[in-house]
Design a protein around this ligand. Structure first.
Ligand SMILES: Cc1cc2nc3c(=O)[nH]c(=O)nc-3n(C[C@H](O)[C@H](O)[C@H](O)COP(=O)(O)OP(=O)(O)OC[C@H]3O[C@@H](n4cnc5c(N)ncnc54)[C@H](O)[C@@H]3O)c2cc1C
Length: 397
């Protein structure tokens, strides 16, 4: 009997789980997916996310059962409204005019749980990959398990770097490149939604460039993300993290805020400072790591989060990777060509999405005017790009 193909996957997040799910149950391939967290440990459980209509559409083409599992665990994302914090409306984007289906609103824990369940036994939890390399034409990974023991997995036919924004595989195999910081701080929190909660579908509220974003997710909770430009050298100080200081950023000169903004500011004030913090950042796109090594998701293209496309593009990546691997396993091509074929199918789309996310960040930069900036987003040029984003998803070969 011929040897089964061995595919190593580093990271059991969005990309890793989906690739493992799509190859589960095959007897011609062994998938070894190494995930550093423990099975029951959730990263970023205290947050939510929206998956763009394009992520749902792509999943329906390639992994329909996973798509329906996520739909069942989420709320539909139908519209995106923009207003000033004093309640002056600026824009309403109705996704049924711009996309072929709604997007999703979901909690991180629910997303992770559903994706990892779909991957089954392929994920080895508590397995930290500490380095990756090439032995001739074959990639290998060095890993450390929970007991502290280290060992090497070699003789891989394909290695997939799905280990996120701080990818060890990328660091091991490619010359390190710089992280581009945008001087905007981002805070996130998840709070309970009482019966009279004024937040439902996806909304944004601006006071100058300071922006609140929020939507409801299942389990009667509201996910909120606040963003504001960082002055000076871009350092986020403890004083800036004070809930009272944060709240003041969103109060307009009139002192009047809409009920939705009041609710969000009360949630921030009541958070006891337990907020998740980040600074906007991105890195160059790298889709090919070496012969037989492919990078996908945040490991390949850590992008600005403005259009909520990080996980969504990771889903698209996983779909195309699966398509290429299935094609090679069916004898239509060689597994060693998967990285180049994947890059050929993804590069243009990723360039478009990363550039579009960067452009859409205009209203969040220091000195930005959200009224003029949002008006530009209602013009045909922006709307047609949104349709391209939400509709032009990868299709099976
Ligand atoms: C709070 C928050 C909110 C977000 N909101 C949105 C949103 O609304 N919409 C959207 O589309 N995107 C959003 N994103 C971005 C999105 O989460 C990422 O783009 C997406 O998760 C990337 O998927 P991935 O599979 O590449 O990496 P991840 O999902 O980050 O998975 C990487 C996995 O690799 C594991 N890992 C890392 N290093 C190693 C190692 N050395 N060895 C073994 N395992 C390793 C990690 O534990 C993790 O499980 C958000 C991100 C965060 C943190």
């Amino acid at each position: 009997m011929s040897r089964r193909v061995r595919i190593g996957v580093v990271g059991g997040g969005v990309v890793g789980s989906l690739v493992a799910a799509g190859l589960a149950g095959r007897d011609d391939v062994e998938v070894i997916c190494c995930e550093r967290s423990a099975q029951d440990m959730q990263i970023d459980v205290g947050t939510g996310l929206n998956i763009g209509p394009n992520g749902v559409k792509a999943l329906r083409h390639f992994l329909p059962e996973v798509a329906e599992s996520l739909v069942a665990a989420s709320l539909p994302w139908f519209e995106w409204t923009v207003a000033l914090t004093d309640s002056t409306p600026l824009a309403r984007f109705e996704l049924d005019q711009l996309a072929d289906n709604p997007g999703l609103r979901i909690g991180w824990a629910a997303l992770n749980t559903r994706l990892r369940a779909s991957a089954g036994a392929a994920i080895r939890y508590g397995t930290d990959v500490i380095a990756a390399g090439q032995d001739g034409d074959s990639p290998f990974i060095d890993l450390r398990v929970d007991s502290g023991e280290t060992h090497r997995i070699d003789d891989l036919d394909l290695l997939i770097a799905a280990d996120g924004r701080y990818s060890v595989v990328r660091e091991s195999l490619l010359a390190s490149d710089t992280t581009e910081y945008t001087d905007v701080a981002l805070l996130r929190l998840l709070c309970p939604a009482p019966a009279d909660c004024p937040i439902d579908d996806y909304g944004q509220w601006f006071n100058g460039p300071n922006r609140l974003l929020a939507f409801r997710i299942p389990g009667d909770r509201v996910y909120c993300a606040g963003a504001f430009p960082l002055p000076g050298d871009g350092t986020l100080t403890d004083a800036m993290k004070d809930p009272l200081a944060i709240s003041a950023l969103f109060i307009p000169p009139s002192g009047q805020v809409s009920p939705a903004v009041r609710f969000l500011l009360d949630a921030i004030l009541g958070s006891g400072g337990r907020l998740h913090w980040a600074r906007l950042q991105e890195r160059a796109t790298r889709l090919v790591g070496a012969s037989r090594v492919v990078l996908a998701g945040d490991a390949a293209h850590p992008m600005l989060p403005t259009l909520g496309q990080g996980a969504t593009q990771s889903i698209e990546d996983a779909c195309v990777l699966l398509d290429e691997i299935r094609h090679a396993l069916a004898g239509g091509g060689a597994l060693q060509d998967v990285p180049a074929q994947f890059a050929a199918r993804r590069q243009q789309r990723i360039d478009f999405v990363t550039g579009f996310s960067r452009d859409a960040t205009d209203t969040m930069r220091a000195g930005a005017d959200p009224v003029a900036g949002t008006a530009r987003k209602l013009e045909p040029a922006f709307l047609s790009k949104l349709q391209q984003l939400y509709r032009d998803v990868p299709r099976p070969r």
